[in-house]
Design a protein around this ligand. Structure first.
Ligand code: EPU
Length: 342
């Protein structure tokens, strides 16, 4: 191994995943700078052994000990690259905590990310997963992503247009999975604050606080408050945020379901498809608030599975499968997990 890069063995992951699952990695390496990324790739370790990149650990469920290398980017740094009329380009390193990055941008009057305030995880995960909330997604602001090719060690920039962004999706989860390590991301933000209040939960929360035209800080704080009212605090209750994606079905399917379930929650997607609220479907099947063994469905939000104390990945998988099967047999809609089983 190259000097300066410490590879730990039998490394505990308990505090590195928000579900709070007690798993151990056979090897573990933290990357504190772009130079560390380079050294790790040059070592050839990732070409010899299975590996998994662990950011904030807010979207993973370890199904047992990890027999391979856990790569954990902790590189920090936020830089203003350039400023032109109306917009700024800001570079953030992969190990920056997403929520801190959003706050930093707001403090510097770089606008756009307000609705994405309070999302757990790291900057490096934002393009992989195309994180989203309250009508905005990371893809709306990502300009380009800096990568290391694991096979060749070549460093390259990928433009947002090449990233294949979709709903909680990108090429980094699809055809380019495990091909690259992401060390930094450039965001294109605005110098003018232009709030997006289309999402009803947000506009109602603002009016409840007596705010008609919020500042960026007020908007971000309200987003955090709405999130906190629905989602468990990972410091207190283990979870992976939304465990399932909201399923997209054909308009015909949605219409036929609506005939029997007139109060079903449906959001149109283009002309031909509709997104259904997975939380609503799960709740209708009676799962909200239920617990099986050490894992349960959160009382305030059926889309979230929670650790009731010392749960294993296998228990999470069993509950998730039971919910998927139940929703499918009742509604003919197959839910997909947003969380990743490792
Ligand atoms: N609903 C229910 N029962 C529930 C939960 C939700 O009936 O138990 C209904 C709500 O009444 C609402 C609809 O489902 O009409 C949608 O619920 P909500 O607005 O709470 O959003 P969501 O679909 O549950 C998504 C994202 C969240 C994001 C919020 C806000 C996904 C998988 N999840 O949740 O993202 O914060 O919208 O934009 O798309 C995450 O990915 O970890 C995450 C938290």
């Amino acid at each position: 191994m190259n000097p300066g890069l410490e590879i730990r063995t039998d490394y505990p992951l308990l505090t590195l995943n928000t579900f709070g699952i007690n798993a151990v990695a056979s090897r573990f390496v933290s990357l504190a700078s772009s130079d560390d990324f380079k050294k790790l790739i040059e070592s050839g370790l990732l070409r010899r052994e299975p590996f998994f990149v662990l950011g904030g650990g807010s979207n993973v469920v370890f199904c047992g000990d990890y027999k391979g290398v856990i790569v954990h980017p902790v590189n920090k740094g936020i830089r203003l690259l350039s400023k032109s009329t109306g917009c700024v380009y800001v570079e953030a390193e992969a190990g920056e905590v997403w929520s801190d990055f959003v706050d930093y941008c707001i403090d510097n009057q770089w606008f756009g990310l307000e609705n994405l305030a309070g999302i757990p995880g790291c900057v490096g995960a934002s393009p992989v997963q195309n994180v989203g909330a309250y009508g905005k997604e990371a893809k709306d602001f990502i300009d380009r992503v800096h990568l290391f090719d694991i096979q060749t060690g070549v460093q390259l920039w990928m433009d947002a247009s090449q990233c294949g962004f979709g709903y909680r999706w990108s090429v980094f989860k699809g055809e380019m999975k495990n091909r690259f390590l992401i060390d930094k991301v450039v965001f294109r933000l605005s110098t003018e604050f232009c709030p997006d209040l289309q999402y009803k939960a947000l506009s109602s929360a603002l009016s409840e606080r007596g705010i008609d035209s919020p500042t960026a800080r007020q908007l971000a704080d309200t987003v955090k408050q709405v999130r906190d009212s629905k989602l468990p605090d990972p410091k207190k209750i283990g979870s992976a945020g939304s465990f399932f994606k909201n399923p997209v079905v054909s308009r015909a399917k949605a219409e036929s379901l609506l005939e029997d379930n007139p109060d079903m929650v449906v959001f149109p997607v283009g002309d031909a498809e509709c997104k259904l609220a997975a939380g609503w479907l799960i709740e209708q099947c009676g799962w909200k608030g239920r617990t099986i063994g050490n894992v349960g469905v959160y009382e305030k939000q059926a889309l979230v599975l929670v650790n009731r104390g010392g749960c294993s990945g296998a228990e999470v998988k069993a509950l998730s499968d039971a919910i998927i099967n139940d929703v499918e047999s009742r509604y003919g809609v197959r839910l997909e997990c947003e969380a990743i089983f490792v």
